[in-house]
Design a protein around this ligand. Sequence first.
Ligand code: HEC
Length: 117
Amino acid sequence: MLLEMEQLGGEKMRKIVGLLVCFMVMGVLLYRPASSVDGETLFKMKCGKCHTKGGGAPIFAPVKYASSQWKRFFQREKHKRKKDISSDVSEKEIALIKEYLIDHAADSDRPIAAGLR
Ligand code: HEC
């Protein structure tokens, strides 16, 4: 028993510790906090910057359009014709906002009439 522990304390133990350190470093490197901002928050934050009282653009809610209309709006980048917002909102954020608007469009299961203020 004592002999085993001694052996473990040698080469094997060093290997185990080495592996553990490896895993810890990998864990730190690979760790990405789950995205804490969702589509709704982004919609209010990013789109609400202009689409608000005194913001220069009309206030609207997801129910303003049916899901197919929202899809077309984003697919054809219709906003660009009104105003280029690519410097305000990233592609990733647009994707989340699009999802939110479609999920709560006029013909969706959970239409949301109030969005921005
Ligand atoms: C930098 C300011 C700005 C930002 C940010 C912005 N918009 Fe706009 N938006 C405008 C302006 C200006 C118009 C044109 C208003 C008009 O025609 O009178 C417009 C028009 C629109 C329209 C068409 C008008 C309507 O009410 O149907 C929609 C839909 C729209 N924006 C959605 C969005 C969405 C979704 C976001 C977020 C991804 C967003 N906008 C972010 C400024 C902005």
